[in-house]
Design a protein around this ligand. Structure first.
Ligand SMILES: Nc1ccn([C@@H]2O[C@H](COP(=O)(O)OP(=O)(O)OP(=O)(O)O)[C@@H](O)[C@H]2O)c(=O)n1
Ligand SMILES: C[C@](O)(CO)[C@H](O)COP(=O)(O)O
Length: 255
């Protein structure tokens, strides 16, 4: 009987949330001064966003450990994650999200037959069903042998008409063209890949000077075609100030 594969979740949580202009920061968050709370520590219906994202991952028992990657000297994570089992905090934050993930994979030095599942701290609305669907899809590929699989990511089919902007006409922005949307998907997270392959892919991207904004694009650059697993609007990434109220309404409505 095969032992279940080691499946480690990595939560990049070393950003500052610059695009989410500081709202009235949560005064009861003891370790934080009002103006510099990174968005992953802002409260959503009373709980830090990071805690909600980690809680979503812990709903699947196949995830053996959740590693939260923070900036060196981050004072907020221990309080935000207090009392959560199977959770470790590593000071592996890098200059970019990809650097944070790459640093964490290097620090963990996982066996090649382990799986790495990467999920944004800024996506607290992940459902257990979508998480399970991604894990099932990846483990069922080629019998779950990491040596024979391409991994996968949660994504949403594009439902709107897509326009590209004319780069030479910034103010006001002008349309350059309408982009055919039939086969377009908007990447979300989690994204799940064999740990050794993902580490090699991210290292290759750095060596080649390729900027990658998600794990799948680094794997694609090596010629892999990750599986697309349908996500949800609720699994959106909190990026802009108005996103917080939207997510809080969702949480309140489903409490
Ligand atoms: N150097 C970085 C940058 C981002 N992230 C993490 O990657 C996730 C998605 O990134 P994003 O939404 O862009 O967060 P920020 O980079 O914090 O936001 P901004 O770009 O507005 O500063 C977040 O959980 C963020 O904490 C990270 O771990 N390390
Ligand atoms: C990984 C990601 O969430 C997939 O859509 C996205 O690329 C992160 O981008 P960010 O600018 O680092 O938030």
């Amino acid at each position: 009987m095969h032992a279940p594969p080691q499946l480690i979740a990595i939560v990049p949580a070393a950003g500052v949330g610059a695009r989410a202009a500081p709202r009235q920061a949560d005064t009861n968050h003891a370790a934080t001064s009002r103006s510099v709370t990174p968005k992953q520590y802002r409260l959503l219906a009373g709980q830090p966003m990071l805690r909600r994202a980690v809680h979503a991952l812990l709903q699947d028992a196949r995830i053996t450990r959740v590693v939260v990657a923070v900036t060196e000297g981050d004072p907020w994570a221990p309080e935000a994650l207090q009392g959560m089992d199977r959770v470790d905090i590593l000071p592996c934050g890098g200059a970019t999200r990809a650097d944070t993930v790459r640093n964490t994979l290097a620090a963990l030095d996982l066996p090649d037959d382990a799986w790495a599942l990467v999920h944004d701290a800024a996506r607290p609305g992940l459902s257990a069903a979508i998480l399970a669907d991604l894990i099932d899809t990846c483990l069922n590929q080629a019998g779950g042998n990491p040596g024979e699989t391409t991994g996968g990511l949660v994504a949403m089919r594009v439902a709107d008409t897509i326009k590209s902007q004319d780069p030479d006409r910034a103010q006001p922005p002008r349309v350059a063209a309408t982009v055919p949307r039939d086969h377009l998907w908007q990447a979300q997270t989690p994204q799940m890949f064999p740990a050794g392959l993902l580490r090699a892919a991210l290292d290759t991207a750095v060596r080649q000077g390729t900027v990658v904004t998600d794990e799948a694009s680094a794997m694609e650059a090596l010629g892999y075609a990750p599986c697309l697993v349908p996500g949800s609007l609720k699994n959106f990434k909190l990026t802009w100030p108005e996103d917080f109220d939207l997510m809080e309404r969702w949480i309140d409505d489903h409490a």
